[in-house]
Design a protein around this ligand. Structure first.
Ligand code: CU
Length: 110
C-alpha cells in the first residue's frame, strides 16, 4: 500500500513537472501554422541584460500569435542585438520562436 502510494506520487510528479516548467501560460498557444512562421511585434524596452542575453519588453499585442499586450522577458540570439538599445526605446522585433528575438531595431529612442 505504501509502495503504491509512493509510486502514485512519483507518477503525479512526472506529470506535473512539464507544467511547472512552462513559461508562457499567459499566452494563447499559437496554431500549427504559426509555429513555423516568424512573427514581428513592437514594444518598449524595459530591461536589458547582456550577460544573460535577455531583454524585457512591454510589447503591443501580437495578433498573429494571439498574444495580448504585456511586459515579458525574451531571449535574444546574440549580444549584438542588445548593443544599441536603451531602456525606454520603442523597438520593432522579429521572433524566431515564442521566447526568442532574432532581429530588433529601434523605432524611436530617448
Ligand atoms: Cu508576452
Amino acid at each position: 500500500m505504501r509502495l503504491n502510494t509512493l509510486a502514485l506520487i512519483s507518477a503525479l510528479a512526472l506529470i506535473a513537472a512539464p507544467n511547472a516548467l512552462a513559461q508562457h501560460e499567459h499566452h494563447a498557444a499559437p496554431t500549427a501554422a504559426d509555429t513555423t512562421a516568424l512573427a514581428s511585434g513592437q514594444g518598449v524596452v524595459k530591461k536589458i541584460d547582456p550577460e544573460k542575453l535577455r531583454l524585457t519588453l512591454a510589447h503591443d499585442p501580437i495578433k498573429k500569435l494571439g498574444w495580448p499586450a504585456m511586459t515579458m522577458p525574451f531571449a535574444v540570439t546574440n549580444k549584438a542585438l542588445l548593443q544599441n538599445l536603451k531602456v525606454g526605446d520603442v523597438v520593432r522585433f522579429e521572433l524566431k520562436d515564442e521566447q526568442t528575438i532574432a532581429a530588433i531595431e529601434v523605432v524611436t529612442g530617448k
